[in-house]
Design a protein around this ligand. Structure first.
Ligand code: GLC
Length: 523
């Protein structure tokens, strides 16, 4: 725990509190549930936990509508419990990352309520983006969730919300907005948080005057995405974080690798999620291209890469890799009833786990991925994610990856989203005793990874088969660790090695690597 650069190669587990573990049996996950399962997380072998928002929230967007950053939602517990959890996690060698949502607040946040009460022209309204009544919305922007990102107050004024109407956007040109967020950072760093995950980190600043979208993609800066002013904000946050030895992790969806890397300059964010990797299909050339692009983009700024296979916004890995198309990319239109081969998806997800965990940098593991959970199809009448309603009922939304974790084979009691039929097979208690389970694979891989997580840079190995990805990383003792992944269509010979460390599935009788299988080797 004494390392200050732990984040450069950490394995970080994402806890979606509402669906992790339910301590009081009311159907909603809570901090008591997390505390009771900390030994499970320590045994899994991760280095840190990232908690999606656990603050007071009306849950219009699963907690990303925060009404008070300094209060834990009573459905989850209390601030004292959160403090106890941080301390207990630390005892077990687990650091804690909290989620900060600076782009918007809940419409139940005291600031927004005061702004509505004060009315047009009042200083309270300057913290948001209000516009006078008019027939048409003030500009032509489109919400990140689809539709118009403007709603009206009772008096007919417009206010901007890039997500749901219950998430009014803050005005980041206002000094009070900046001061408040730095104070929130201090609040959590003082309570021992090792870092923050910054939600929608590239959206905060809007162009002056909120102009319409430019006519074509290269017609100038985007009016609300990746604005140059953001870098000054993050430089200021970095000074603050450095004073506490804390890390800043950006949620940045940016297709341009070079612009993405600007956020990772030495005086800005420490790391940012790498969504390019997550968005690629199961294809050797695609994944290799993503790995090369990622490493090349990070190198000039000296930042470590991050690797993400899943999170609370995207289709579960075994489902995504079990489908012919549909990358399941966040905020991309999804559909009901897409044919899925779960056995295929599971084989690939196992191989993908070994690939991801062998790459240089840090890796994020979304809860339930270690159990190999598929995306659940939630009955329409039980869906709670606002993306479903906002798509006119076409998009199933993100609840399918947010179903509470199955701990016990005989059921875990009521839950806010129904547990799908047949999920006893995924129960953690059942998998714990099965050496062939996804859980056992993750446990072994995370334990082994500790011995090479700080190994040298990735060097691709020349292979005869274009569908075989193989790379080596030098170990301090003069050896090398190798990772080989066969993405098909035929068997492939293993690279020369002295020891087989781990395989995601059985090798062929002659010792070759079958399609959709990965191995870790030592040479
Ligand atoms: C981020 C979160 C997502 C949320 C959105 C708005 O993308 O990951 O869950 O809906 O921001 O806060």
């Amino acid at each position: 725990m004494s390392r200050t650069d732990w984040w450069r190669s950490a394995a970080i587990y994402q806890v979606y509190v509402r669906s992790f573990a339910d301590g009081n049996g009311d159907g909603t996950g809570d901090l008591a549930g997390v505390r009771s399962r900390l030994p499970y997380l320590a045994e899994l072998g991760v280095d840190a936990l990232w908690f999606t928002p656990w603050y007071l929230s009306p849950l219009a967007d699963g907690g990303y509508d925060v009404a008070d950053y300094r209060t834990i939602d009573p459905a989850f517990g209390t601030l004292a419990e959160a403090e106890a959890l941080l301390a207990e996690a630390r005892e077990l060698g687990l650091r804690t990352i909290v989620d900060i949502v600076p782009n918007h607040v809940s419409d139940q946040h005291p600031w927004f309520k005061a702004a509505l009460a004060a009315g047009p022209g009042a200083p309270e309204q300057e913290l948001f983006h209000f516009r006078p009544p008019s027939d048409e919305p003030p500009n032509d922007w489109v919400s990140e969730f689809g539709g118009v990102p403007w709603s009206r107050t009772e008096g007919g004024q417009w206010y901007l919300h890039l997500f749901t109407p219950e998430q009014p956007d803050l005005n980041w040109n206002h000094p009070k907005v900046r001061e408040e967020h730095e104070d929130v950072l201090r609040f959590w760093f003082e309570r021992g948080a090792a870092g923050v995950r910054i939600d929608s980190a590239a959206l905060l600043v809007k162009a002056d005057g909120l102009p319409d979208m430019p006519g074509s993609a290269d017609a100038g800066e985007h009016p609300f995405h990746d604005r140059p002013e953001l870098h000054g904000i993050y430089r200021s946050w970095r000074r603050l974080a450095d004073a506490y030895g804390a890390v800043l992790i950006g949620e940045i969806w940016l297709p341009d690798a070079e612009r993405f890397a600007r956020y990772l300059r030495p005086d800005e964010l420490h790391t940012a999620f790498n969504f390019d990797f997550l968005a690629r299909p199961w294809d050797a050339a695609e994944l290799r291209a993503s790995i090369d692009l990622t490493l090349a983009a990070h190198a000039p700024v000296g930042a470590p890469a991050t690797w993400v296979l899943a999170n609370h916004d995207v289709t579960r890995t075994v489902t995504r890799y079990g489908r012919a198309e549909d990358t399941g990319f966040a905020f991309e239109r999804k559909r009901f009833g897409v044919p899925t081969d779960l056995a295929l998806g599971t084989r690939r997800a196992r191989a993908a786990a070994l690939l991801t965990l062998a790459l240089p940098g840090s890796v994020y593991l979304y809860q339930g991925e270690e159990l190999g959970l598929p995306e659940a199809e939630i009955p329409r009448e039980r869906i709670q994610d606002p993306m479903h309603a906002r798509s006119g009922g076409v998009d199933p939304g993100r609840d399918g990856c947010r179903v509470p974790l199955p701990w016990r084979a005989d059921g875990d009691g009521p839950s806010w989203l129904p547990r799908p039929e047949g999920w006893e097979r995924y129960a953690a208690e059942r998998q714990a005793g099965d050496p062939e389970s996804m859980l056992s694979l993750y446990r072994t891989a995370l334990r082994l990874r500790r011995s090479f997580r700080d190994a040298g840079p990735l060097r691709w190995l020349r292979t005869d088969a274009p569908h075989l990805l193989a790379f080596a990383r030098a170990l301090p003792d003069g050896g090398t660790v190798l990772c080989a992944v066969n993405l098909g269509p035929s068997d492939a010979a293993l690279p020369a090695h002295s020891e087989l460390l781990l395989a995601s599935g059985p090798l062929t009788p002659s010792g070759a690597l079958p399609q959709d299988t990965a191995v870790w080797l030592r040479a």
